[in-house]
Design a protein. Structure first.
Length: 131
């Protein structure tokens, strides 16, 4: 009887030991090779940046910066947890769940963007502040 060799480890399990530089290089590689997906993930941040610039121009730089930091912090936290979930799903070989954890981020960020737009409209109302 020939002894069985142990099951080969899949690539996702070894990525945890590769380090931050490897993770960043892989992220940059996939961002460059998938421009539509990258654009969809970047769109909420670009919308928030545009709104914050408008608030800073109409009101004060401080208000615009607070708006930008608060909203982008919420979005970044959402994205971080989604990437963590994706990695956990890949370790469990749940490929579809791992893909959807990232792929649906643009749609999951809609409630945050709705709150940001309402806040933007409230903050932007009133007389323009001149420097």
């Amino acid at each position: 009887v020939v002894p069985r060799s142990p099951a080969p480890r899949f690539k996702a399990a070894s990525d945890a030991t590769e380090g931050v530089a490897y993770a960043i290089s892989q992220h940059v590689y996939y961002a460059a090779t998938q421009p539509i997906g990258t654009g969809m993930l970047l769109a909420p941040f670009l919308l928030v940046a545009w709104m914050a610039a408008s608030v800073a121009r109409r009101k004060t730089m401080r208000r615009g910066l607070v708006f930008l930091c608060a909203t982008c912090s919420v979005l970044a936290l959402m994205f971080f947890f989604a990437y963590q979930d994706s990695q956990r799903y890949m370790a469990q070989r749940m490929w579809t769940a791992a893909t959807l954890a990232i792929g649906l981020l643009a749609f999951k960020s809609v409630p945050v963007l709705i709150v940001a737009v309402v806040t933007f409209l409230i903050v932007r109302r009133g007389p323009r502040v001149e420097p």
